[in-house]
Design a protein around this ligand. Sequence first.
Ligand code: GN1
Ligand code: MG
Length: 372
Amino acid sequence: MEINNDILEVCRFFGIEGDLSEIQIMRDGHINTTFVVFFVENGELRKYLVQGINTHVFKKPDKLMDNIVGVTTFLREKIKENGGDPDRETLTFLPAKDGKYFYYHKDKCWRVYHYIDSSYTINIIKKPSVFENAGRSFGLFQKNLSGYPMESLYEIIKDFHNTPKRLENLKASIAADVKGRVAEVKDEIEFSLAREKEAKVALKLYRDGLIPLRVTHNDTKLNNILFDRKTNESICVIDLDTIMPGFSLYDFGDAIRFGANTAAEDEKDLSKVQISLTLFESFTRGFLSACATALTRAEVKHLAFSSMLMTFECGVRFLTDYLDGDVYFKIAYPDHNLVRARNQFKLVYEIEQHLDEMNEIVDRIYKEAINS
Ligand code: GN1
Ligand code: MG
């Protein structure tokens, strides 16, 4: 197949020798296209991740890779200082023959990194302890990067988590109605526009000097963590494309959005979409065990709220993409983005119903964390 030849040529340009033995496609992820590629070199099996970068989303691969290589190089040192294994606990990208960390081949942009062996990703949590583990990893990720020079990071996607801006984009898509889909989603539009005030909360806290900018991951889906096959502990935070200055609320809220949903992000049966308070508590415990002392009072106070905010924002993005004709997120069937939007809005509703309980949980766990 032509794609296999392309992948092989890309690998050669990244200096990979040996005989190609297998190529598998990975299906997680709505943006990039990822392959696991196996080579046999001197009798040994070597695995690489070969990834087609979505340049419609990431328009400046050079800046993207500057951010990622800068951050992973910094993390390697931190991991070594803490006695960890940098080859397993962060990603290692390969430079191509021209010294760059990306390579254009037939108009497609590629990058290659080492596959971390004996690891797996999770999409739906069965055991709360797994989510506590994930919380600790994202908390530690933020903590480890607290000394990283934030000003050196390029803003890869402008206004990525600017929720009011996301609502403005939705309004523009409603006005344009390029696919004639507006009439069909009146309820979802009404739901979105009714939450304009909430959408502004995080930015207002920042403008009022109550929450700081930090180096954040910005896409803290559970499946962006690798778990170790032997120990079942989380080992490595992956998908580093959206590392940018942001608010800790983004990383906390987005992780809850995905991981504490009792159903998949695209479950159609909305009665299955609930917020699991048990999972919320587990993640909160893990996250705060790693970074409670570094957070401001206003950050802690808005952690539960951030789950609603990030879920709402994601729903607005799915809805906008549906109206635009599915030009941003990969879809598997025609109304996939609408299904996702409805799912997210159901979760927003559920979080709103349980916000008081969620705030109490944060309060309790926070007190435990700072007193321990
Ligand atoms: C995308 O790449 P992936 O699937 O981890 C998206 C996130 C959304 C998420 C929704 C760069 O993440 O912002 O929250 O889908 N990434 C980008 O599942 O837009
Ligand atoms: Mg991902």
